[in-house]
Design a protein around this ligand. Structure first.
Ligand SMILES: Cc1ncc(COP(=O)(O)O)c(C=O)c1O
Length: 349
């Protein structure tokens, strides 16, 4: 951190390209390694006046992650993880995915000249498979959830010496995700009071928290933190259940069901970390009913945004926080819009 602080100064940042590699000193790449970029990061923080007005929130900001390459925030983690894999001499990467991470991994693997093997649940909308295939990845469909896809992938990854990019199995995706925290800080000149995030595995929660710690180590923020709210779908809500029960870890969700496919994650390897963060921040994990997801998508629609069901879950979660009196009218609140709705259209139809 001391070395980073010498060159990562505010004047230096002002002159750098608006992608996530502007925080390069804090990313796991050696100085002589070239970054892998499709232009990820640098997404807008939109002042949501219409939605804010409807919810009586004066400073509601939407972090529009749908503008990333491949259309979701998954690009951030994959840009860094695949760059690092290439630097380590890896030839092939593989992962189980609900869809967005697979598309992003495939795209960055193509750019890096690596093989990519993507395992997705059988019910994943066709656009995700088409996207991964079009950039040269092999796609395997597996009956069940992402946990079943992970079980099918495991022995193949081991046998073929594929580098496993599963959530929290390698450390670098979180590093890419943390740049969302740096960007929020840069846009606001400080941190917001609350952050609302649609959580599946929860890499964003861990990444944002790490970013805030690093900003503090650089002397740019103090010790206070935003309240972190992780929103899940009621049909797969292991964090919400454990949070309510006061648990330190989550129980694997037996029959995960939700159309917010990225949140259909029955168990996260970082469950204990995420529960700790939510509690330390004064935030919470909450769940929204399946019927509320469409309403959440329409809430983002009032801001001109075509949202994925996952983003809809986050918006519906924010409405619940307002009803429960957990967020204040004059607080600065960042709502994460993690992906656009286009790839889910066949599912909706
Ligand atoms: C659009 C979208 N939002 C949110 C998530 C959840 O992300 P995480 O697993 O980092 O919690 C996913 C995961 O697939 C996703 O695709």
């Amino acid at each position: 951190m001391d070395a980073a602080a010498r060159t990562l100064t505010r004047p230096a940042l002002a002159g750098r390209a608006p992608n996530l590699w502007r925080y390069r000193e804090l990313l796991p790449l050696e100085p002589d390694e070239s970054p892998l970029t499709l232009g990820e990061g640098g997404t807008p923080l939109l002042h949501a006046r219409r939605l804010g007005g409807a919810l009586r929130l004066e400073r509601l900001l939407i972090k529009d992650e749908s503008l990333n390459p491949t259309g979701s925030f998954k690009a951030r983690g994959m840009a860094v993880a695949v760059a690092k894999a290439r630097a380590l001499g890896i030839r092939a990467v593989a992962l189980p995915t609900a869809g967005n991470a697979g598309g992003a991994a495939a795209a960055y693997a193509a750019l890096a000249g690596l093989e990519a093997h993507v395992y997705m649940p059988a019910g994943t909308p066709p656009a995700f498979e088409a996207e991964a295939r079009s950039v040269g990845a092999s796609v395997t469909r597996v009956p069940g959830s992402i946990a079943d896809a992970a079980r099918a992938l495991g022995p193949c990854a081991l046998g073929n010496r594929w580098y496993d990019l599963s959530t929290f199995r390698e450390p670098y995706r979180v590093e890419g995700k943390k740049t969302m925290g740096f960007e929020i800080f840069e846009a606001l000149g400080g941190l917001p009071e609350a952050i609302v995030y649609p959580a599946g595995g929860g890499t964003g929660v861990v990444g944002l928290w790490k970013a805030f710690d690093e900003l503090e180590a650089l002397g740019w923020v103090g010790s206070s933190r935003p309240r972190m709210y992780a929103v899940q779908a009621a049909g797969c809500a292991p964090f919400a259940r454990a949070f309510e029960a006061g648990g330190r870890s989550t129980q694997p969700w037996p029959d995960p069901r939700t159309r917010a496919l990225g949140l259909r994650v029955p168990h996260s390897r970082a469950d204990f970390l995420i529960l700790n963060i939510l509690r330390a921040s004064g935030g919470a994990a909450l769940a929204v009913e399946e019927e509320g997801i469409e309403a959440g998508v329409r809430m983002l629609g009032t801001e001109g945004l075509f949202a994925s069901p996952e983003s809809g879950v986050a918006a519906a979660g924010l409405a619940q926080l307002v009803t429960r009196g957990l967020v204040g009218t004059d607080e600065t609140i960042v709502l994460f819009h993690t992906a656009g709705g286009a790839k889910y259209v066949e599912q909706a139809a």
